[in-house]
Ligand binder design. Structure first.
Ligand code: GLC
Length: 706
């Protein structure tokens, strides 16, 4: 333990000298940096993988030789707190300087307890709930030896064919920003060194969601305006919220790979945003610059990525192999190496790793975590259709549960954390456990004693979306459509529940479904949450974070597309080319009436703030939550603008007969557009719209004076 003491004592003694925490940290890092060899510095940028194939003996030797700075751990790596501490002890007690390492993992929507996938949590529009869920995930991960979560993924995603849309918060800039910040806050809390905090690594910087044709890791065409108005803002929101790591993406950005892009990684991220955390390449993204055709070999890949601003190299070894050569050859300045290593050491210092390098098990109230997961799953479900069959709160009789997701536990999405499928609550189990008196739950069909209501559970497996799982057809499979149709042909009421990771084209099942509930992949508490919604304990409040097109051929389709010279001609011949369900749409068991939209001012100075007021009344019979959405449209601008853009939203509980007045504080700077390298607020008329979704809105106007 002597080396830890020497480093720990150094860290603590600097603090005790009544120097400011900032200068104590800087002095600690500078003193440590001054003792390091070039090889030891380069090692801090080495981020290898612990997976099923990892050779732990080699890793132990490399730690002893100060050749590793941190680890990317995968599920198959089966990291435990014990293994982490065993490896950490070698780094701290047996290497020359005793610099601790950190361990990163894909904590995407839970660690041991799996929450709904990110796209589902986005459908809850509930930042507080996501923050709470992320905090629980951080607690579980930290106790298991994880120091960093590779999340949130804030890639604005507008192509339903792309499998990784499931990891995002959907098609909207603001929703990705706000939900991303909730994850950063839930992970990092108020104290990075707390035994309940992990570092947030925001990904994938930047523009991954624009992969051409929704095919994973395809090239992108992103204008500078779209880069600044659509793809960058969620990352800036997360950096401004204090995220201490950013992962660089696989894709190119209009020809310049994101993992070798000085414009985004240095000009924007470092110089404009003043990000002082670490950048980590995605898996092999550095040497994949060769495949991009922008470098000839790994040495050039190391040079290009490092010079652009990639600090840590995940999995590939080009830094380890060539950075010293590049420094000796004066192609990479030593000062640049020192800057990158300084950021890594500072992160480790702020994480408290020098004082507490070992995993500390913090008791987690697993009942509280499961309760949060159950609430999150219920709040993320979106009721798309209901002819009045739901809720089943006064139903008496037999409910038949059918379809491939009736008992399936494959409900954790593509990223499954460290979750144990065996402890998940599938649909049938949840319904049986929570059925009110008088409702009998039956699995499958019974021709002799047919059920009164049929619940058909369909969708896509976790392996049908996520990374490298893009598809050209987002329809439900023919067999699943047939299942729903046959259920309807029995003459019974049919409730269709869909377990999906991406927007699906559902036009075919509309005639056969009396109700349709989009449940996404809800995680551990699927069955209990579904019971809460179906039996009326919870009124569904989820709203779509993505547009649902009628047909796969209508993709890409998203609400904030730009105006055109002939909008009436933007259709496919012979087809209804409107969305089947628009962004922001979702039904409740109750009904809400919107009225009295008003502005504090109708003419304002540029840069002024104003308030938007409106009233929402629960005119139905159920207590319920409503997500009130506020949109803006720039009616005349120097460039074509989105038909509308979400600028704020509020989720609130309203009881039957209750009226609530909502006030939004809006800053006209939110109306700015990006042109010629800067944000510009152009004067003129702006339409302000408020409503329950992106299509059904009240409208008024405001003028921003020149
Ligand atoms: C993957 C993903 C990234 C993930 C990383 C580590 O390829 O692109 O999201 O965090 O590798 O697993």
């Amino acid at each position: 333990m002597k080396k830890l003491n020497s480093l720990a004592v150094l860290a603590l003694s600097l603090l005790s000298l009544n120097v400011s925490a900032q200068s104590a940290a800087d002095r600690f890092v500078d003193q440590l940096l001054s003792k390091m060899t070039v090889e030891e510095k380069i090692a801090q940028l080495n981020h290898p993988v612990i997976d099923a194939e990892a050779d732990l003996e080699t890793i132990r030797m490399q730690l002893r030789n100060s050749q590793i700075g941190s680890f990317c751990v995968t599920r198959s790596g089966q990291l435990t707190a014990e293994l982490r501490n065993e490896l950490q002890r070698i780094a701290v007690e047996e290497s020359r300087l005793g610099i601790p390492v950190f361990f990163a993992f894909d904590v995407i929507h839970g660690y041991e307890t799996i929450f709904p996938i990110p796209l589902a949590m986005a459908a809850s529009w509930d930042e507080g709930l996501l923050r709470e869920a992320s905090h629980y995930a951080a607690m579980e991960a930290k106790s298991n030896g994880i120091d960093m979560g590779y999340a949130p993924m804030v890639d604005v995603s507008r192509d339903a064919r792309w499998g990784r849309i499931s990891e995002s918060s959907g098609e909207d800039v603001l929703l990705n920003s706000r939900m991303g910040v909730a994850v950063v806050q839930g992970f990092q809390g108020e104290d990075l060194s707390a035994p309940t905090s992990i570092i947030s690594c925001v990904k994938h910087f930047v523009g991954y969601g624009a992969s051409m044709g929704g095919r994973d890791k395809q090239f992108t065409e992103i204008s500078d305006r779209s880069l600044h108005e659509i793809y960058l803002p969620p990352f800036k929101a997360c950096v401004d919220a204090g995220a201490r790591a950013v992962m660089t993406a696989f894709n190119d950005i209009s020809g310049v790979p994101a993992s070798a892009n000085p414009y985004t990684l240095t000009d924007i991220l470092r110089e404009q945003w003043h990000f002082d955390g670490v950048t980590i390449s995605d898996w092999d993204a550095v040497i994949e610059l060769i495949n991009h055709g922008v470098v000839a070999d790994e040495e050039q890949a190391a040079h290009s990525a490092f010079q652009a601003g990639v600090d840590l190299e995940m999995r590939s070894k080009s830094y380890e192999k060539y950075l010293k050569t590049l420094i000796d050859g004066k192609e990479v300045p030593k000062s640049a190496l020192d800057e990158a290593v300084r950021r890594v050491l500072r992160l480790k210092y702020d994480m408290g790793l020098f004082e507490n390098p070992y995993a500390r098990v913090v008791p987690v109230d697993e009942d509280a975590v499961r309760s949060c997961a159950r609430k999150a799953a219920a709040e993320s479900m979106v009721l798309l259709k209901n002819n009045g069959i739901l809720p089943l709160d006064d139903f008496q009789g037999k409910l038949s549960v059918q379809g491939p997701y009736a008992v399936n536990r494959d409900l954790f999405g593509w990223w499954t954390g460290n979750g144990d499928f065996d402890t998940a609550v599938p649909v049938y189990d949840g319904l049986v456990a929570n059925a009110p008196d008088g409702i009998r739950i039956e699995l499958g069909t019974n021709a002799r004693q047919p059920a009164d209501i049929v619940l058909v559970c369909v969708g896509e497996s976790g392996g049908m979306f996520g990374e490298t799982n893009s598809v050209s057809d987002i329809s439900l499979s023919a067999s699943q459509v047939a299942l729903i149709r046959e259920a309807k042909q029995t003459g019974k009421s049919v409730v269709t529940v869909i377990f999906n990771g991406r927007p699906l084209a559902l036009e075919e099942i509309m005639p056969y479904s009396d109700a349709i509930l989009m449940a996404w992949h809800p995680g551990h508490e699927t069955g209990n949450a579904l019971a809460d919604v179906l039996f009326g304990k919870v009124s569904p409040s989820g709203k779509l974070p993505v547009t649902l097109p009628r047909r796969p051929g209508h993709i890409p389709m998203f609400y904030s597309d730009r105006t055109s010279g002939r909008p009436q001609e933007n259709y496919y011949k012979y087809e209804d080319t409107t969305p089947l369900f628009p962004f922001g749409y979702g039904l409740s068991y109750s009904d809400f009436e919107y009225s009295a939209l008003s502005l504090s001012d109708t003419v304002v100075e540029p840069g002024a703030t104003f308030t938007v007021n409106l009233t929402v009344e629960n005119t139905g019979e159920y207590p319920a939550k409503e997500i009130v959405q506020l949109y803006v449209k720039d009616l005349v601008a120097s460039v074509t603008r989105p038909r509308k853009q979400l600028i704020d939203f509020r989720k609130l509980q309203i009881d039957p007969g209750e009226k609530k007045t909502i006030t939004f504080d809006i800053d006209t700077d939110q109306f700015a557009l990006y042109r010629a390298g800067e944000w510009i607020l152009e004067p003129g008329r702006f339409e302000i719209m408020a409503g329950p979704d992106s299509e059904h809105t009240l409208s008024t106007e405001i003028i921003v004076k020149p």
